[in-house]
Design a protein around this ligand. Structure first.
Ligand code: ADP
Ligand code: C5P
Length: 243
């Protein structure tokens, strides 16, 4: 899934402390390094009310590709491929606890869907993507920064399987794109952001010790807030996903 979002109908009433800001965790790393998988494990192991956690992919903020542009010649790994302004406005609204619409991106058509994911009153946000540490102003929203560090050969082999299975590609197109755009952009734009991370996870989702340490840290930072979230969840009433 590119992102998970839950809209909470009675969120404003349920928020016990309006001044509490959501805890925002940035998860960067190369393509198919395991960013999404690590986020899923963190959410699972935090063991808190799922309605209060949102996983947002930076890919939701890709600019829609103009019909006149051939996707085979387009560099999806360059920072210019993203709508940084919309990314910032969205993070700002989420941080302020405002109801927020996050775009949905389609890798097959290379464009945004007409639908959105509606989010409201989220307490923990996991924001993952290849370039989430690229812009200083975006990084400033993050309370914790994780870089998922997985060997390039593993990442390429996983990407081949994933892109053929889930993103409508064939072997030749994945390999050509990787050589032309993905690998050079990783070296030029993604890898240099590793130094901005607070924590580096070698081997991604396989590294259960590192993920466990991160989960313990998040729990300790949230402290009473996670208890509050669980209390709120007991009387939460109905909620519905709106993707
Ligand atoms: P990213 O979000 O960094 O692109 P994903 O977590 O989506 O990476 O993983 C990319 C692909 O590799 C997915 O198909 C996923 O199932 C697979 N994958 C990720 N981590 C592992 C792992 N530790 N072992 C085996 N397959 C994995
Ligand atoms: O999930 P992951 O981090 O791998 O997603 C980022 C990758 O998606 C980029 O490396 C980019 O090449 C690829 N992408 C693509 N086609 C698009 C949008 C992104 O191949 N339309």
């Amino acid at each position: 899934l590119p992102n998970i979002g839950i809209h909470h109908e009675h969120s404003q009433e349920l928020r016990l402390n309006q001044s509490q800001l959501p805890f925002i965790i940035g998860v960067a790393g190369g393509t198919a390094s395991g960013k999404t998988s690590v986020c899923h494990i963190i959410v699972r192991d935090l063991g808190i009310d799922q309605h209060r956690v949102a996983m947002i992919s930076q890919d939701c903020f890709y600019k829609s590709l103009d019909h006149t542009v051939d996707p085979k010649t387009y560099n999806f790994d360059h920072p210019d491929a993203f709508d940084w302004e919309l990314m910032e406005v969205t993070l700002k609204d989420l941080r302020e606890g405002k109801p927020t619409k996050v775009p949905i991106y389609d890798y097959v058509t290379h464009s945004r869907s007409t639908e959105y994911t509606s989010l409201c009153a989220i307490d923990i946000i996991l924001f993952e993507g290849i370039l989430v540490f690229y812009e200083q102003k975006i990084m400033e929203y993050m309370h914790m920064k994780i870089f998922v560090d997985t060997d390039a050969d593993l990442r390429l082999s996983r990407r081949i399987l994933r892109d053929i299975k889930s993103r409508g590609r064939d072997l030749t197109s994945v390999l050509t794109q990787y050589q032309t755009f993905v690998k050079p952009a990783f070296d030029d734009y993604v890898l240099p952001t590793k130094k901005s991370a607070d924590v580096i996870i070698p081997r991604g989702a396989d590294n259960t010790v590192a993920i466990d340490l991160i989960v313990q840290h998040i729990k300790s930072k949230l402290g009473g807030k996670t208890k509050k979230i669980q209390l709120k969840a007991n009387g939460a009433g109905s909620s519905r996903p709106t993707t």
